[in-house]
Design a protein around this ligand. Sequence first.
Ligand code: FAD
Length: 320
Amino acid sequence: MREIIIIGSGPAGFTAAIYAARAGLKPLLLASSVEAGGELMNTTEVENFPGFPEGIQGPELMLKLQEQAEKFGTEVVLDDVTAVHLAGDVKSVETGYSGTFEARSVIFATGSAYRKLGLHDEERLSGRGVSWCATCDGFFFKTKTIAVVGGGDSAMEEATFLTRFAEKVYLVHRKDSLRASKIMQERAFANDKIEFVWNSEVVGIQGENAVEGLQLRNTVDGSTSQLPVQGLFVAIGNDPRVHLVHGQLDLTAEGTIAVEGRSSMTNLPGVFAAGDVIDPHYRQAVTAAASGTVAALDAEAFLAALDQAEAEASDLVTAS
Ligand SMILES: Cc1cc2nc3c(=O)[nH]c(=O)nc-3n(C[C@H](O)[C@H](O)[C@H](O)COP(=O)(O)OP(=O)(O)OC[C@H]3O[C@@H](n4cnc5c(N)ncnc54)[C@H](O)[C@@H]3O)c2cc1C
């Protein structure tokens, strides 16, 4: 049986692996098959990860994290976890092709997925004008005209934040009223740089190598129109990847895995969670990495306490 299994190969998973491996725990990291490397595999330039003043390409950063985790003895398996059994002292983790693994502790670092519009061009122009994260990419849109799609708090927040960089921000919403909180709406309405485009949905994104415009469809009369923009921010929600743990781990109202305070401890002993899967708010590579550190240290302390309890129990048996 292994000491520790880490599920997920984003910044949280690999950072947890670096710490666990350096602590001599020989972690097994189940990285997923096609989505190994996590969300940063979908982006180009990352300019806000500390230590890279010139910036670094997302996939390159993830390869470096993997290399660092493997250097200290992490075993990385490119397979998807299909089921987990977390109660009890032995945790078992089933995978698509590599069989079932058992461990005394498990760290969940499965991330979360931004909801997409579902347009072909959205994938094609991802990192070339299409983004899901204003904090990550707003800086690239200085003096540009851009659009934000959505009608909730996060769309208002992203649009308002983006006016720091962009010359103009269109807020495209498919209804004629918003579901965002009143205060967020008022802030957006009061911002001169934001123009609302009501009753409209994006049905196409134009541009060969970069976003040049959007095709909109009016949701009331079905008419179509063009909106010339150089950027599109999709802010229609985010889904933590928690389907594996439904019914086993407690979740928060936002759908993330619930952890105790600033720790990574879930409601089950020996089960820890880190990164975007526990974070409804910050969702950055460096916060995920930091959270992976917390999880590895918590797991290490848990395993040390188990070892100590086992040693004390065996001393008692010997003495009697
Ligand atoms: C387009 C884009 C650009 C971004 N740019 C930046 C940026 O410039 N700077 C920044 O700080 N942040 C950026 N972010 C946010 C950043 O990518 C995330 O905050 C970060 O990746 C979260 O790390 P994580 O390890 O928690 O999860 P993720 O990176 O999402 O990794 C989760 C991992 O879990 C794996 N997984 C899930 N389910 C299973 C399963 N069943 N079996 C096995 N593996 C599984 C996934 O395959 C993935 O490898 C960007 C996000 C996107 C989408």
